[in-house]
Design a protein around this ligand. Structure first.
Ligand SMILES: [Cu+2]
Length: 119
């Protein structure tokens, strides 16, 4: 009987562990922060959009773009500040030292654009 309770406890612990992992992979989108459960300074990518497309950070923040999609993208500043090509799984970081609104695009996908608002 003790063995059965013990095994049941282990199974419950394992299933709770899986549930936690699922929650981490798919956090609820509640519209707060930058969405998607990402760090506040991180921009991800789908196959055709930046996520989030608009990110607001404070001066001095290092923003990290991570291509967590299945296709290549570029992160190309409209102001000539940066121009990086990211294969799936690659990332790129840039530190914004001045306040302002910094637009960027992916040159591979028309309409795929974003903005970093530095306050
Ligand atoms: Cu792209």
């Amino acid at each position: 009987m003790k063995a059965i309770i013990f095994i049941t406890s282990i199974l419950m612990l394992l299933s709770f562990g899986c549930t936690d992992d699922d929650d981490y992979q798919l956090p609820p989108g509640n519209g707060s922060g930058n969405g998607n459960g990402r760090p506040d300074n991180e921009v991800g990518m789908t196959t055709s959009t930046f996520q989030p497309a608009s990110l607001t950070v404070s001066t001095g923040t290092t923003v990290r773009w991570i291509n967590d999609s299945s296709v290549a993208h570029t992160v190309t500043s409209n102001d000539g500040l940066f121009d990086e090509t990211l294969q799936p799984g690659q990332d790129f970081s840039f530190t914004f030292t001045d306040a302002g609104s910094f637009n960027y695009v992916c040159t591979l996908h028309s309409g795929m654009n974003g903005v970093i608002i530095v306050e």
